[in-house]
Design a protein around this ligand. Sequence first.
Ligand SMILES: *Cc1c(COP(=O)(O)O)cnc(C)c1O
Length: 353
Amino acid sequence: MKKDYFRPAIAAMAGYMPGEQPDRKDMVKLNTNENPYPPSPEVEKTLRTLDCAQLRRYPNSTSDCVRDAAARLNGAARENIIAGNGSDDLLTMIFRAFTSPDLPMASINPSYTLYQDLAVMQEASVILIDLQPRTFALPPDLLEQAKVANLLMIARPNSPTGNSFPFAEVENICRKFDGMVVIDEAYADFADDTCMSLALSLPNVIVMRTMSKSYALAGVRVGYAVSSPAVIEGLMKLKDSYNVDGIAQAVAAAAMGDRAYLAGRVAAIKAARAKLAADLGGLGFEVVDSRANFVFARPPRGDGRGYFEFLRDRGVFIRFFDRPRTREYVRITVGTPEEMDILTGLTREYLKK
Ligand SMILES: *Cc1c(COP(=O)(O)O)cnc(C)c1O
């Protein structure tokens, strides 16, 4: 097919580049923030007792069992919640709803680059608001910079930097910004606090969660968004009719019901995160204060690419973002203690070079 049948905005775009999913048995995979542990045993139980005959039927179109499980977890009602085929699906709905050629999107930078790609698909202009050097804190003039936008994206904790932002600062932004604020809380289970209360009390705030990271269900594709019933009703108009498949709905609801399992795995990952940060710090890395299941760090000579390639050649995959503000750093997913030992061992070798 000839490329020029595409809308010019689509023909000109590169397309989002997801993290590599190499097909190697022996590798240590620390590049896409997956959970190193399996999901709750309730997930396996759900799959074993699945009635395959029911698969001939369409699933519940609004994923009500997922909404009810999420409502219980967050002190919300079913009407406050919409489920998606991963949070990426929710982001698609959100960008269709709140951006257009005359409704710009603002995002902190660096952050999840999919936000920019989704804006380009809408032909909406993109306002990038640079975080402060080294600390990656919010700039004091964020509201001024975001002023003309209709949608403001804040990942909290942020990716790839891993840090969080003070609740009071985010609350102030939500109260003063004249547009929709989306707080992407993909990593909130690894953090100390959440902005869920803002989504449930302010009319212009959406908080997003995913089952992909803390619940170890990236392969299943379920996320949800929380907001006022009016915003949720509006987003429902934009979703695919059966956007979450029946197996995914059952599995996600079962996982959300097992709070003790989640707490145990999150505690293990936080302990490994603290050790990784301390070890890298001891080796001369500059380590950003992480509230997520990964660490953003600058190797001693600031050669993010060299360190990334050194590890990759030895079967350890981390993430390197080749952009001006991130190329001196790498992002390392927190794995098991054994995986972290392999990483720090190779890091010592790298530093001897
Ligand atoms: C991983 C991630 C997501 C994507 O989550 P899915 O539910 O797997 O689509 C969304 N936002 C951020 C910031 C992420 O890191």
